[in-house]
Design a binder for this molecule. Sequence first.
Ligand code: PLP
Length: 394
Amino acid sequence: MPRLYFDQAATTPLDPRVAAAIRTAAQEFVGNPSSLHTDGRAARSAVEHARAQVAALINAAPEEIVFTASGTETDNFALFGAVAELAPSGVRLVTSAIEHPAVHETCRHLGRQGATVDSLPVDSEGVVQPEFLADALATPAQLVSAMEANNIVGAIEPIQELSTIARERSALFHTDAVQAAGHIPIDVRTTPIDLLSLSAHKLNGPKGIGALYVRSGVAMHPVVHGGGQERGLRSATENVAGIVGFGMAAEIAKAEMAHDAARLVTLRDHLIDGVLARIPGAYLLGPRYRRLPGHVCLAFAGHEGEAIKLLLALDEAGVAVSTGSACSASHRSQPSHVLRAMGFDPFRARGALRATLGRFNTAAEVDQFLQLLPPLVSSLGSITTLRTSPSNER
Ligand code: PLP
């Protein structure tokens, strides 16, 4: 049986059309985009074409897009760059309790540098309710960072409302849209977002290329100093082939989003309903409907400490899933900060099984998964040592 790749929130396979564009660009564009000769200008025009394609995905202007080397770098750039402009010390930053480490570790660092960092709670489905932000902004803050959609539980956050509240209170609004972009519509003209993070590998583009949207007129401090590329905000010779691939991935995602999302919602709901019907004690994490199109996050009552065991059993059976964030796979015994924020105790907060679908998954694959999973769950020991081991109760 060919392997089932159900870990699309960790990363997506390259779309063959993107792969072809990257191959051509890598061979064709020999010049440095900053060079004045014909070869340099050809590379420059490929970069600018891709910038327009990425901008179009979120309805931004091309000059509002700054290319970076990843979603993580983009989040760091957004927060460090904005804080450095706002006030080197004494800034108040409000973020949510469920952010990706690229945001929450950066916020912690800013806190150590003197910023006041306050964290917004979430409800039991992982949603930042707008009133949580309105309450937090009763005390003035200069910057708010809240993600567009959560990577662990798939919740789509109320970004229109949150960004509107931030704008009304004169705070800059950053959103990490790494999981959302290309999967749900985003329009920075109708939503008062000032800074928005993107990463190509979550939308069937290449790994190691990201972008920050900076609303026209928002002042940013550079985080990478050097030759002045990317409007002086992010120096380095551009990754031309990666940028071309990102552009192509963004254009395809924009053109095919409605079709892909409708298909994925059907597959996702079939998977959720199938698991809930077949496995006693199975429950869904995150909202039932207001979730990313291909995103499923499940737990199994009484087996929450055994998510890694289940992941490994599925892997052996030929299925790639995740227990949460790929970025935290090495912190095996750590409960998920997202599930903790949703009110799970430290034991249950280790128990998520994330199965995420993408452009190339099929209904037949979901049916195979539904056959494979129930016997694996029932073969798990009822309670593992994880539950009783004090060292794992942190
Ligand atoms: N933000 C979110 C919500 C993510 O899910 C990820 C990746 O998992 C990142 C940021 C980091 O992006 P990258 O892998 O491109 O560094």
